[in-house]
Design a protein around this ligand. Sequence first.
Ligand SMILES: Cc1ncc(COP(=O)(O)O)c(C=O)c1O
Length: 343
Amino acid sequence: MIDEKKSIQKLVNYQTKDVPYQIKLDANEGKNFLFPNGFDFSRVEFHRYPDDQATLLRSRLSKYLSVPSEMIVEGNGSSELIELLIKTYVNPDDVVLSIEPTFSMYRIYSEIYSARYIGIPSQFDFSIDLDQVITAIHKFNPKIVFLCSPNNPTGYQMKRAEITRIVESTQGLVVVDEAYIEFANRQYSVLQDIMKYSNLVILRTFSKAFGLASIRLGYLVGPEMIVKSISKVKSPYHLNALTQAMGSEALLRIDTVEKWVSSVIAEREKMINSLNELGIQTFPASGNFIWIQTRSDLGNRLEEKGILIRSYQNALQGYYRITIGTEAENLMLIQAIKEIFHV
Ligand SMILES: Cc1ncc(COP(=O)(O)O)c(C=O)c1O
């Protein structure tokens, strides 16, 4: 038998729930609003390898973001870009630092590549103590700092000036994961600062605001030097032609995306009120999801009723992340919680 390499021997598969359900509010996916009638792939040359540079997609992203295409690199979901960043920059035993709880893939890819992952705990209310983070940066000298803002799962959004203070406090690379920025305060996006720093990159995805999780499409915006280094490391033709075609078309439908985002934000505020009326503690939300604390049996009880939300374990037992669904789904969720709580 061939031994797995040491760094992955304790690794477990990424947790996805494979149970029958009626309503799925556990993966922050949203709804199929952008291509409800499917997509015409007839112009895709199926026998050819895809465009290795994803030229059309990157040029449309360039227009959308007002950033030169040379500063953009595409990925199979932003997940692939997290891996590519670690693969490109992190040597074994280098430190990768983030603020916990947060998106688990920063830790998982760090471990796979034998880096030392350090998770600085957030405050009791899941806000961030900036001084503590900067002290840790000075102490550990990380090669990469991952900042997830808005943060998955807590919903906490860092201010722009807080992020740039961190960028200025480290020799390492700061990766700001803006997977949920479209649902948040966009004034806090550091896209505006991207020209100023040589150690700042941003990750975004089509999986959330664009409702296209199935096509696996994300992108990185950052200094040309970094884009060039990542391009050396990525697999040839890594982004398939179908995803490139659909992503390029999606960027011509930004008005539809914006309408969807506004409706999610409106539903999110309604949901927060309804949950609070039921005595459930909610935290300030800035993604397409809400972070709550309540009875530790809520996840299982809802699952019995065919409603999936994301449950957390150990120190975070009793905390849940609920994706904002459609109005009808949200009403069904609230009704189900009322039944469970007997109110
Ligand atoms: C903060 C954050 N970053 C990245 C991702 C991964 O997104 P993608 O589907 O683009 O790989 C997720 C998915 O849930 C996420 O929550």
